[in-house]
Design a protein around this ligand. Sequence first.
Ligand SMILES: O=C1O[C@H](COP(=O)(O)O)[C@@H](O)[C@H](O)[C@H]1O
Length: 243
Amino acid sequence: MKLNIFNTADEVLTALADHFIKVGSESIAARGKFTVALSGGSSPKKLYELLASTSYADQLDWEKVYFFFGDERNVPQDHKDSNYLMAKKALFDPLMISPVNVFAVDTTFEPAEAAAKYWEMISAFFDEDELSFDLVLLGLGDNSHTASLFPHTPVLHDTTPGVKEVWLEDQQVWRITLNAPLINEARYIAFLVYGEGKAIAVHHILEDAEDIEEYPAQLIDSIAGETAWFLDEAAAADLEDRE
Ligand SMILES: O=C1O[C@H](COP(=O)(O)O)[C@@H](O)[C@H](O)[C@H]1O
């Protein structure tokens, strides 16, 4: 596990954008394509905007980048809460990414069917290739969830790679998520976490005793690749060990 701590959120975003370009370029050089699972929520929007800016837009052959989603809310793709819509506005549209390069969750199906179809889509895409994303981007919720691996949900006990529907009792909504075994197959996993509101969750995940029911992001640990955290000082404030 690699811990990268920066003074400001802007420095975190620049470091992760550089990492994205580095992993993307290496993947394209090695295998002719770059497969990335995007995170949702509010934190990554600025990262996507940065990647689409003039500083980064010409640093990658975007036609060879294939975008997936680590998780999705069970809402139509034009809904304000859709992770797909956020990425479309911040990244795909500005870079004029072809729709054939974007693999979104089809939320017109019932949640269980949408999850099964997304897993079929991912499996068909990788086909004969090793089923592992080059990069999985993740965030961290204040309640220690990542992707849509929420506390006390059955998906936390999955032991084989796949995609699952998740019911959130407190919010009365469904989500669709890659499970931890699938995320952990990735060559690179990168957590983007900034802001003081995340400090307690960061401490729980990185320094508390294992309790995956309470702290689901503790499940994330790349099997053969690298898991890196990109934090600002505010999010790292409760860490005792920064090595
Ligand atoms: O609901 C979600 O939350 C987490 C964290 O998001 P943030 O808004 O606190 O940055 C995110 O990683 C996940 O993809 C998203 O669906």
